[in-house]
Design a protein around this ligand. Structure first.
Ligand code: G6P
Length: 370
């Protein structure tokens, strides 16, 4: 087993550090260059005519894959200008969803075997929707039953807490968004090529974030004795906050909640007390000022602010007790970089609290019962 972990103490840490390679593999062959950058639509098995005919996208998944779908909503709506609904699979099935032949159904599943996600896929297919799967496992039930598959090529993920599967799912969401945008004509060739170019930089940028793992380890020491933590963010950062909060609770057993930063004052602020950790995501320029004002609100109540922001952010330095920076990229790609310090934070916190990192209590890697 030690050999399988490749010199790392846990599978989770190994998988966090495998992300640059996993992301390179996800991109490989999918953006082809012939003068300018364009997507390899054939491999995606998406018929541009069908993408044009779709009037909405439904993304359905569970757990971390659901959080990737939540990021996908922001990206697809922004780039391809089509309405996107996101549901957890166990809810989707039982709400008599409005799905028909004009719906592009997207199921996201690392294992391709999650019972609720598979059942949702069948429900949508039964209603005539085209099903597009994003999965990591070749030949899985979801891969077999979907109409088109985009494999994430992250390699086997052993730790229960998902890391490289999630970041590769985020790249897959960007690929899908670009394919939709191209088919629907919502972005110019220059815009597509700019985003595609930014995608190519991502593996190297993740490497840079991983090089600062030592700093995150020190933050784990600061939060380890707390029973509660809050994650806040606006826009796409809110989606990242949800994933950061799930990671922390599932492996360190610290109770964590994610809030849209603007929603704090509608209740959660009552729980903010002296030194309580608030992890604030602030990577989105267009809402930066608003996020900073929310950070000030919690700081005024004594919270310890651990901020995740883009390099060169001069404002946030004034308010953060701890600042974790990530390289600059296109707004649609920031989650891939911003989640990495959060993965590391959960990992190191779990280790210092003496938890079973790779096999948290009560949880399973793949849930094949409903
Ligand atoms: C379980 C795992 C999670 C995973 C979820 C969905 O809860 O512990 O890490 O995100 O199932 O799994 P899937 O294989 O469908 O992505």
């Amino acid at each position: 087993v030690a050999a399988e972990k490749g010199g790392y103490d846990h599978f989770m840490l190994k998988e966090i550090f495998e992300q640059p390679k996993a992301l390179r593999d996800t991109l490989s062959g999918r953006i082809v260059e012939n003068g300018h950058v364009t997507l390899n639509m054939e491999e995606l098995k998406l018929d541009p005519a069908e993408l044009r005919a779709a009037n909405k996208v439904c993304i359905v998944a569970c757990g971390t894959a659901y959080h990737a779908g939540f990021v996908g909503k922001y990206i697809i709506e922004n780039l391809a200008r089509i309405p996107v609904e996101v549901d957890v699979a166990s809810e989707f099935r039982y709400r008599n969803p409005l799905v028909d032949a004009h719906t592009l159904m997207v199921v996201v599943s690392q294992s391709g075997e999650t019972a609720d996600t598979l059942a949702a896929l069948r429900e949508a297919k039964g209603k005539g929707a085209k099903v597009f799967a994003v999965t990591n496992v070749v030949g899985s039930s979801i891969a077999r039953e979907a109409d088109a598959v985009l494999y994430t090529w992250a390699g086997p993920e052993i730790a229960v807490a998902s890391t490289k599967a999630y970041t590769t799912q985020l790249l897959a969401m960007n690929l899908l968004a670009l394919a939709l945008a191209e088919a629907r004509g919502t972005l110019s060739a220059e815009e597509i090529s700019e985003i595609a170019g930014a995608m190519r930089e991502i593996p190297k940028q993740v490497e840079d974030v991983l090089n600062a793992a030592g700093e995150v380890r020190m933050v784990a020491e600061k939060i380890k004795k707390w029973n509660d933590a809050f994650f806040i963010g606006r826009s796409i950062d809110y989606a990242v906050a949800m994933e950061g909060s799930l990671k922390l609770k599932e492996i360190s057993y610290i109770h964590a909640e994610a809030y849209a930063a603007g929603e704090l004052k509608h209740g959660t602020l009552a729980l903010i007390t002296e030194n309580i950790p608030v992890i604030a995501l602030a990577t989105q320029e267009q809402v930066l000022e608003k996020t900073i004002s929310n950070i000030q609100e919690v700081k005024a109540r004594g919270a310890m602010i651990i901020a995740v922001a883009q390099e060169g952010n001069k404002e946030i330095v004034k308010f953060a007790d701890v600042l974790l920076t990530v390289p600059r990229t296109h707004p649609a790609l920031t989650p891939i970089l911003a989640v990495v310090p959060l993965q590391l934070l959960s990992y190191y916190t779990s280790v210092v609290r003496g938890c079973d990192v790779d096999k948290p209590r009560n949880l399973a890697k793949s849930v094949t019962v409903e």
